[in-house]
Design a protein around this ligand. Sequence first.
Ligand code: PLP
Length: 412
Amino acid sequence: MFAYSNNDYYCEQVPLADLAHETGTPAYVYSSQAILANYGAYEEAFGDLPHTVCYAVKANSSLAVLALLAKAGAGFDIVSGGELYRVLQAGGDPAKVVFSGVGKTAAEVEDALANGIHSFNCESEAELALIDAKAARVGKKAGFSIRVNPDVDAATHPYISTGLSQHKFGIAIADAAGVYERSKQFRNLVAEGVSCHIGSQILDPSPILEAVDKVLALAEALRAQGHPIRHLDLGGGLGVAYHAGETSPEIRGFVDALTSRLRASGLAAMIEPGRSIVGQAGVLVTRVLYRKKNGDKEFLIVDAAMNDLIRPSLYRAHHEILPLRKNTLPTMKVDVVGPVCETGDFLARDREMANAMPGDYLAVCTAGAYGFVQSCNYNSRPRLPEILVEGDRWRVIRERESYADLVRGETI
Ligand SMILES: *Cc1c(COP(=O)(O)O)cnc(C)c1O
Protein backbone atom coordinates (compact mmCIF):
# COMPACT_ATOMS: atom_id res chain seq x y z
CA MET A 1 0.00 0.00 0.00
CA PHE A 2 3.15 2.20 -0.02
CA ALA A 3 4.56 2.74 -3.51
CA TYR A 4 5.93 5.30 -5.95
CA SER A 5 3.74 6.66 -8.68
CA ASN A 6 5.94 8.64 -11.05
CA ASN A 7 8.31 10.27 -8.58
CA ASP A 8 6.01 10.62 -5.60
CA TYR A 9 5.74 8.15 -2.72
CA TYR A 10 2.13 7.30 -1.90
CA CYS A 11 0.26 5.68 0.95
CA GLU A 12 -2.79 4.25 -0.82
CA GLN A 13 -4.00 7.21 -2.96
CA VAL A 14 -2.39 9.92 -0.83
CA PRO A 15 0.94 11.49 -1.92
CA LEU A 16 2.91 11.57 1.33
CA ALA A 17 4.83 14.76 0.55
CA ASP A 18 1.55 16.68 0.36
CA LEU A 19 0.35 15.08 3.58
CA ALA A 20 3.65 15.90 5.34
CA HIS A 21 3.40 19.47 4.17
CA GLU A 22 -0.01 19.79 5.84
CA THR A 23 0.58 17.83 9.06
CA GLY A 24 4.19 18.81 9.63
CA THR A 25 6.95 16.38 10.52
CA PRO A 26 7.91 14.05 12.06
CA ALA A 27 4.71 12.00 11.89
CA TYR A 28 3.60 8.37 11.74
CA VAL A 29 1.35 7.44 8.80
CA TYR A 30 -0.61 4.18 8.59
CA SER A 31 -2.47 2.48 5.76
CA SER A 32 -5.86 1.16 6.87
CA GLN A 33 -6.01 -1.07 3.77
CA ALA A 34 -2.70 -2.71 4.66
CA ILE A 35 -3.80 -3.38 8.25
CA LEU A 36 -7.10 -4.90 7.14
CA ALA A 37 -5.47 -6.92 4.35
CA ASN A 38 -3.02 -8.53 6.78
CA TYR A 39 -5.71 -9.25 9.33
CA GLY A 40 -7.90 -10.62 6.52
CA ALA A 41 -5.08 -12.90 5.36
CA TYR A 42 -5.07 -14.59 8.79
CA GLU A 43 -8.87 -14.83 8.88
CA GLU A 44 -9.09 -16.27 5.39
CA ALA A 45 -6.27 -18.76 5.89
CA PHE A 46 -7.88 -20.24 9.01
CA GLY A 47 -11.09 -20.66 7.04
CA ASP A 48 -13.58 -23.01 8.70
CA LEU A 49 -11.22 -24.18 11.46
CA PRO A 50 -12.63 -22.65 14.67
CA HIS A 51 -10.25 -19.81 15.48
CA THR A 52 -9.79 -16.34 16.97
CA VAL A 53 -7.17 -13.94 15.64
CA CYS A 54 -6.16 -11.97 18.73
CA TYR A 55 -4.20 -8.95 17.51
CA ALA A 56 -1.27 -8.29 19.87
CA VAL A 57 -2.11 -4.79 21.10
CA LYS A 58 1.44 -3.92 22.16
CA ALA A 59 2.63 -3.74 18.52
CA ASN A 60 0.50 -0.64 17.86
CA SER A 61 -2.14 0.30 20.40
CA SER A 62 -3.62 3.48 18.94
CA LEU A 63 -7.39 3.60 19.38
CA ALA A 64 -8.19 4.04 15.70
CA VAL A 65 -6.02 1.04 14.77
CA LEU A 66 -7.72 -1.08 17.45
CA ALA A 67 -11.15 0.17 16.32
CA LEU A 68 -10.40 -0.78 12.73
CA LEU A 69 -9.51 -4.32 13.82
CA ALA A 70 -12.39 -4.58 16.31
CA LYS A 71 -14.83 -3.66 13.56
CA ALA A 72 -13.31 -6.35 11.35
CA GLY A 73 -14.03 -8.88 14.12
CA ALA A 74 -10.60 -9.28 15.69
CA GLY A 75 -9.91 -10.44 19.21
CA PHE A 76 -7.02 -8.95 21.18
CA ASP A 77 -3.96 -10.16 23.07
CA ILE A 78 -3.21 -7.76 25.92
CA VAL A 79 -0.29 -7.55 28.34
CA SER A 80 -1.55 -4.90 30.78
CA GLY A 81 -4.62 -3.29 32.30
CA GLY A 82 -3.87 -0.23 30.19
CA GLU A 83 -4.15 -2.28 27.02
CA LEU A 84 -7.50 -3.70 28.19
CA TYR A 85 -8.70 -0.13 28.74
CA ARG A 86 -7.65 0.78 25.20
CA VAL A 87 -9.39 -2.26 23.70
CA LEU A 88 -12.62 -1.40 25.50
CA GLN A 89 -12.37 2.27 24.50
CA ALA A 90 -11.93 1.18 20.89
CA GLY A 91 -15.06 -0.99 20.97
CA GLY A 92 -13.27 -4.35 21.21
CA ASP A 93 -15.15 -7.39 22.47
CA PRO A 94 -13.80 -8.43 25.90
CA ALA A 95 -15.03 -12.00 25.27
CA LYS A 96 -12.31 -12.23 22.59
CA VAL A 97 -9.49 -10.90 24.80
CA VAL A 98 -6.62 -13.05 26.08
CA PHE A 99 -4.38 -11.61 28.80
CA SER A 100 -0.68 -12.51 28.52
CA GLY A 101 2.38 -11.41 30.49
CA VAL A 102 4.60 -12.57 33.35
CA GLY A 103 3.65 -9.90 35.87
CA LYS A 104 -0.10 -9.37 36.06
CA THR A 105 -1.02 -7.41 39.20
CA ALA A 106 -3.99 -8.18 41.46
CA ALA A 107 -5.73 -5.02 40.26
CA GLU A 108 -5.24 -6.01 36.62
CA VAL A 109 -6.64 -9.49 37.26
CA GLU A 110 -9.72 -8.04 39.04
CA ASP A 111 -10.28 -5.61 36.19
CA ALA A 112 -9.98 -8.34 33.56
CA LEU A 113 -12.45 -10.57 35.44
CA ALA A 114 -14.91 -7.72 35.91
CA ASN A 115 -14.84 -7.07 32.17
CA GLY A 116 -15.33 -10.73 31.28
CA ILE A 117 -12.24 -11.44 29.18
CA HIS A 118 -11.96 -14.80 27.41
CA SER A 119 -8.97 -16.21 29.29
CA PHE A 120 -5.64 -15.65 31.00
CA ASN A 121 -2.35 -16.94 29.61
CA CYS A 122 -0.64 -17.82 32.90
CA GLU A 123 3.06 -17.94 33.48
CA SER A 124 3.40 -19.24 37.07
CA GLU A 125 1.55 -21.26 39.71
CA ALA A 126 1.41 -18.24 41.99
CA GLU A 127 -0.46 -16.40 39.25
CA LEU A 128 -2.99 -19.26 39.00
CA ALA A 129 -3.59 -19.02 42.75
CA LEU A 130 -4.13 -15.26 42.49
CA ILE A 131 -6.61 -15.56 39.60
CA ASP A 132 -8.47 -18.34 41.44
CA ALA A 133 -8.80 -16.21 44.59
CA LYS A 134 -9.98 -13.16 42.64
CA ALA A 135 -12.47 -15.24 40.61
CA ALA A 136 -13.86 -16.73 43.85
CA ARG A 137 -14.44 -13.24 45.23
CA VAL A 138 -16.68 -12.31 42.28
CA GLY A 139 -18.26 -15.73 41.85
CA LYS A 140 -16.87 -16.33 38.36
CA LYS A 141 -15.00 -19.15 36.66
CA ALA A 142 -11.82 -17.90 34.98
CA GLY A 143 -10.54 -19.59 31.84
CA PHE A 144 -6.80 -20.09 31.65
CA SER A 145 -4.02 -21.50 29.51
CA ILE A 146 -0.55 -22.20 30.79
CA ARG A 147 2.00 -20.42 28.66
CA VAL A 148 4.40 -23.22 28.00
CA ASN A 149 8.07 -22.51 27.42
CA PRO A 150 8.91 -25.14 24.79
CA ASP A 151 12.69 -24.57 24.88
CA VAL A 152 12.84 -23.77 21.16
CA ASP A 153 15.28 -21.25 19.67
CA ALA A 154 13.36 -18.65 17.67
CA ALA A 155 16.57 -17.54 15.91
CA THR A 156 15.76 -13.84 16.27
CA HIS A 157 17.30 -10.90 18.14
CA PRO A 158 18.10 -11.98 21.75
CA TYR A 159 15.91 -9.20 23.23
CA ILE A 160 12.81 -10.52 21.44
CA SER A 161 13.45 -14.26 21.76
CA THR A 162 11.26 -15.71 24.52
CA GLY A 163 11.01 -19.48 24.14
CA LEU A 164 14.25 -20.77 25.66
CA SER A 165 14.42 -22.09 29.22
CA GLN A 166 16.83 -19.27 30.15
CA HIS A 167 14.09 -16.68 29.44
CA LYS A 168 11.68 -15.34 32.05
CA PHE A 169 8.61 -16.44 30.07
CA GLY A 170 6.25 -19.35 30.57
CA ILE A 171 6.46 -22.63 32.47
CA ALA A 172 8.95 -25.25 31.29
CA ILE A 173 7.19 -27.76 29.08
CA ALA A 174 8.44 -30.64 31.23
CA ASP A 175 6.68 -29.14 34.29
CA ALA A 176 3.46 -28.08 32.55
CA ALA A 177 1.46 -31.31 32.95
CA GLY A 178 2.13 -31.26 36.70
CA VAL A 179 0.97 -27.65 36.95
CA TYR A 180 -2.27 -28.46 35.09
CA GLU A 181 -2.81 -31.42 37.43
CA ARG A 182 -2.29 -29.27 40.55
CA SER A 183 -4.56 -26.58 39.07
CA LYS A 184 -7.51 -28.93 39.66
CA GLN A 185 -7.41 -27.77 43.31
CA PHE A 186 -8.42 -24.28 42.10
CA ARG A 187 -12.21 -24.48 42.01
CA ASN A 188 -12.67 -21.23 40.14
CA LEU A 189 -10.37 -21.95 37.22
CA VAL A 190 -11.10 -23.77 33.98
CA ALA A 191 -8.20 -25.16 31.92
CA GLU A 192 -9.38 -23.78 28.57
CA GLY A 193 -6.18 -24.08 26.61
CA VAL A 194 -2.44 -24.35 26.21
CA SER A 195 -0.42 -21.41 24.91
CA CYS A 196 3.08 -20.61 23.70
CA HIS A 197 4.90 -17.66 22.15
CA ILE A 198 8.57 -18.11 21.35
CA GLY A 199 9.58 -14.67 20.15
CA SER A 200 9.13 -11.94 17.58
CA GLN A 201 10.39 -11.06 14.09
CA ILE A 202 10.69 -14.75 13.19
CA LEU A 203 11.37 -14.96 9.45
CA ASP A 204 11.67 -18.73 9.20
CA PRO A 205 8.52 -20.17 10.81
CA SER A 206 9.98 -23.64 11.41
CA PRO A 207 10.81 -22.97 15.11
CA ILE A 208 7.19 -21.85 15.64
CA LEU A 209 5.97 -25.08 14.04
CA GLU A 210 8.38 -27.08 16.19
CA ALA A 211 6.91 -25.39 19.29
CA VAL A 212 3.36 -26.02 18.06
CA ASP A 213 4.10 -29.74 17.65
CA LYS A 214 5.33 -29.85 21.24
CA VAL A 215 2.37 -27.99 22.75
CA LEU A 216 -0.11 -29.92 20.62
CA ALA A 217 1.23 -33.20 22.01
CA LEU A 218 0.93 -31.73 25.51
CA ALA A 219 -2.66 -30.56 24.88
CA GLU A 220 -3.68 -34.00 23.69
CA ALA A 221 -2.08 -35.66 26.72
CA LEU A 222 -3.89 -33.20 29.01
CA ARG A 223 -7.23 -33.93 27.39
CA ALA A 224 -6.63 -37.64 27.88
CA GLN A 225 -6.12 -36.85 31.58
CA GLY A 226 -9.52 -35.18 31.75
CA HIS A 227 -8.61 -31.50 31.34
CA PRO A 228 -11.25 -29.67 29.30
CA ILE A 229 -8.67 -28.11 26.93
CA ARG A 230 -10.53 -26.44 24.07
CA HIS A 231 -7.95 -24.31 22.31
CA LEU A 232 -4.32 -24.01 21.43
CA ASP A 233 -2.94 -20.46 21.55
CA LEU A 234 -0.07 -20.34 19.07
CA GLY A 235 1.27 -16.92 20.08
CA GLY A 236 2.51 -14.34 17.59
CA GLY A 237 5.93 -13.74 16.19
CA LEU A 238 5.75 -13.99 12.41
CA GLY A 239 8.28 -11.53 11.04
CA VAL A 240 8.16 -8.99 8.22
CA ALA A 241 10.73 -7.87 5.66
CA TYR A 242 12.62 -4.75 6.74
CA HIS A 243 15.27 -4.86 3.98
CA ALA A 244 14.56 -3.94 0.38
CA GLY A 245 14.67 -7.10 -1.67
CA GLU A 246 13.73 -9.33 1.27
CA THR A 247 10.20 -10.78 1.21
CA SER A 248 7.98 -11.28 4.23
CA PRO A 249 6.98 -14.84 5.11
CA GLU A 250 3.53 -15.53 3.67
CA ILE A 251 0.74 -15.45 6.24
CA ARG A 252 -1.28 -17.91 4.15
CA GLY A 253 1.43 -20.59 3.96
CA PHE A 254 2.26 -20.17 7.65
CA VAL A 255 -1.35 -20.58 8.75
CA ASP A 256 -1.81 -23.56 6.40
CA ALA A 257 1.08 -25.27 8.21
CA LEU A 258 -0.67 -24.56 11.53
CA THR A 259 -4.15 -25.67 10.52
CA SER A 260 -2.88 -28.91 8.98
CA ARG A 261 -1.37 -29.74 12.37
CA LEU A 262 -4.45 -28.72 14.37
CA ARG A 263 -7.31 -30.00 12.25
CA ALA A 264 -7.28 -33.61 13.44
CA SER A 265 -7.11 -32.58 17.13
CA GLY A 266 -10.51 -30.91 17.19
CA LEU A 267 -8.93 -28.00 19.08
CA ALA A 268 -9.78 -24.41 18.24
CA ALA A 269 -6.90 -22.13 17.29
CA MET A 270 -5.98 -18.81 18.79
CA ILE A 271 -3.16 -16.76 17.35
CA GLU A 272 -1.62 -13.47 18.53
CA PRO A 273 -0.02 -11.69 15.57
CA GLY A 274 1.17 -8.12 16.10
CA ARG A 275 4.03 -7.13 13.81
CA SER A 276 2.78 -9.12 10.82
CA ILE A 277 -0.49 -7.13 10.88
CA VAL A 278 0.80 -3.58 11.38
CA GLY A 279 4.56 -3.58 10.69
CA GLN A 280 4.45 -2.91 6.98
CA ALA A 281 1.32 -0.78 7.31
CA GLY A 282 3.18 2.25 8.67
CA VAL A 283 5.96 4.70 7.91
CA LEU A 284 7.63 7.42 9.92
CA VAL A 285 7.79 10.61 7.85
CA THR A 286 10.68 12.91 8.66
CA ARG A 287 12.32 16.00 7.17
CA VAL A 288 16.00 16.67 6.60
CA LEU A 289 17.30 19.50 8.80
CA TYR A 290 21.01 19.56 7.95
CA ARG A 291 23.71 17.69 6.12
CA LYS A 292 27.23 17.83 7.53
CA LYS A 293 30.64 16.20 7.35
CA ASN A 294 32.94 15.29 10.26
CA GLY A 295 36.18 14.20 8.58
CA ASP A 296 35.27 11.46 6.11
CA LYS A 297 31.94 10.78 7.70
CA GLU A 298 28.77 12.39 6.44
CA PHE A 299 25.63 12.89 8.52
CA LEU A 300 22.08 13.54 7.51
CA ILE A 301 20.38 15.19 10.46
CA VAL A 302 16.61 14.71 10.40
CA ASP A 303 13.78 15.86 12.67
CA ALA A 304 12.87 12.34 13.89
CA ALA A 305 15.00 10.68 16.55
CA MET A 306 15.51 7.63 18.75
CA ASN A 307 12.76 8.78 21.10
CA ASP A 308 10.31 8.57 18.17
CA LEU A 309 11.56 5.23 16.77
CA ILE A 310 13.92 3.33 19.04
CA ARG A 311 14.22 0.11 17.03
CA PRO A 312 17.52 0.98 15.27
CA SER A 313 19.15 2.02 18.58
CA LEU A 314 17.64 -0.78 20.70
CA TYR A 315 17.81 -3.78 18.37
CA ARG A 316 20.19 -2.51 15.67
CA ALA A 317 17.13 -2.89 13.47
CA HIS A 318 17.26 -1.95 9.81
CA HIS A 319 14.60 0.32 8.30
CA GLU A 320 14.68 1.32 4.64
CA ILE A 321 14.69 5.09 4.19
CA LEU A 322 13.13 6.46 1.00
CA PRO A 323 12.64 9.99 -0.37
CA LEU A 324 9.03 11.10 -0.64
CA ARG A 325 10.02 12.73 -3.94
CA LYS A 326 12.55 10.91 -6.11
CA ASN A 327 15.43 12.84 -7.65
CA THR A 328 18.08 12.02 -10.22
CA LEU A 329 21.08 12.99 -8.09
CA PRO A 330 23.81 10.42 -7.36
CA THR A 331 23.28 8.36 -4.17
CA MET A 332 25.08 9.27 -0.94
CA LYS A 333 26.51 7.29 2.00
CA VAL A 334 25.49 8.76 5.34
CA ASP A 335 24.51 8.16 8.93
CA VAL A 336 20.90 9.26 9.34
CA VAL A 337 20.69 10.77 12.83
CA GLY A 338 18.22 12.73 14.93
CA PRO A 339 18.52 15.76 17.22
CA VAL A 340 18.73 13.76 20.49
CA CYS A 341 21.91 14.19 22.53
CA GLU A 342 23.11 10.58 22.36
CA THR A 343 25.57 8.96 19.98
CA GLY A 344 23.12 6.04 20.00
CA ASP A 345 20.55 8.29 18.33
CA PHE A 346 20.51 7.06 14.74
CA LEU A 347 17.96 5.75 12.27
CA ALA A 348 20.56 4.30 9.89
CA ARG A 349 24.34 3.96 9.79
CA ASP A 350 26.67 3.96 6.76
CA ARG A 351 23.61 3.89 4.56
CA GLU A 352 23.90 4.13 0.79
CA MET A 353 20.68 5.91 -0.09
CA ALA A 354 18.97 8.42 -2.34
CA ASN A 355 20.47 11.87 -2.22
CA ALA A 356 18.64 14.21 0.15
CA MET A 357 19.02 17.88 1.00
CA PRO A 358 17.73 20.06 3.86
CA GLY A 359 13.98 20.46 3.51
CA ASP A 360 13.47 17.11 1.76
CA TYR A 361 11.00 14.62 3.21
CA LEU A 362 11.91 10.98 3.87
CA ALA A 363 9.92 7.87 4.81
CA VAL A 364 11.41 5.53 7.38
CA CYS A 365 9.68 2.36 6.20
CA THR A 366 8.07 -0.55 8.03
CA ALA A 367 7.50 1.51 11.17
CA GLY A 368 3.91 0.48 11.93
CA ALA A 369 4.85 -2.03 14.65
CA TYR A 370 6.83 -1.23 17.83
CA GLY A 371 7.27 2.32 16.54
CA PHE A 372 5.02 4.90 18.15
CA VAL A 373 4.26 2.54 21.07
CA GLN A 374 7.90 2.59 22.19
CA SER A 375 8.26 6.35 21.75
CA CYS A 376 8.90 8.65 24.68
CA ASN A 377 9.51 12.28 25.59
CA TYR A 378 13.30 12.05 26.07
CA ASN A 379 14.96 15.44 25.50
CA SER A 380 11.48 16.91 26.13
CA ARG A 381 10.44 16.13 22.60
CA PRO A 382 6.64 16.06 22.16
CA ARG A 383 5.37 12.71 20.90
CA LEU A 384 4.37 12.50 17.26
CA PRO A 385 0.99 12.66 15.61
CA GLU A 386 -0.41 9.55 13.95
CA ILE A 387 -2.31 9.71 10.68
CA LEU A 388 -4.55 7.03 9.21
CA VAL A 389 -4.98 6.87 5.44
CA GLU A 390 -8.15 5.39 4.00
CA GLY A 391 -8.12 5.43 0.18
CA ASP A 392 -7.70 9.01 -0.99
CA ARG A 393 -8.49 10.42 2.45
CA TRP A 394 -6.54 10.76 5.66
CA ARG A 395 -7.26 11.81 9.21
CA VAL A 396 -5.27 12.62 12.32
CA ILE A 397 -5.91 9.80 14.82
CA ARG A 398 -3.57 11.23 17.45
CA GLU A 399 -2.61 14.88 17.70
CA ARG A 400 0.97 15.99 18.00
CA GLU A 401 1.76 16.66 21.67
CA SER A 402 2.18 20.28 22.72
CA TYR A 403 4.67 21.73 25.20
CA ALA A 404 1.78 21.92 27.70
CA ASP A 405 1.28 18.14 27.24
CA LEU A 406 4.95 17.65 28.15
CA VAL A 407 4.46 19.00 31.68
CA ARG A 408 0.92 17.74 32.29
CA GLY A 409 0.59 16.33 35.82
CA GLU A 410 3.80 17.94 37.04
CA THR A 411 4.04 20.36 39.95
CA ILE A 412 6.87 22.58 41.19
C1 PLP B 1 4.62 -9.55 21.72
C2 PLP B 1 3.71 -10.72 21.80
C3 PLP B 1 2.97 -11.12 20.69
C4 PLP B 1 3.08 -10.44 19.35
O1 PLP B 1 4.30 -10.68 18.73
P1 PLP B 1 4.56 -10.20 17.23
O2 PLP B 1 5.95 -10.58 16.98
O3 PLP B 1 4.34 -8.74 17.19
O4 PLP B 1 3.58 -10.94 16.37
C5 PLP B 1 2.09 -12.17 20.85
N1 PLP B 1 1.96 -12.81 22.03
C6 PLP B 1 2.66 -12.46 23.12
C7 PLP B 1 2.47 -13.19 24.39
C8 PLP B 1 3.56 -11.41 23.04
O5 PLP B 1 4.28 -11.07 24.13
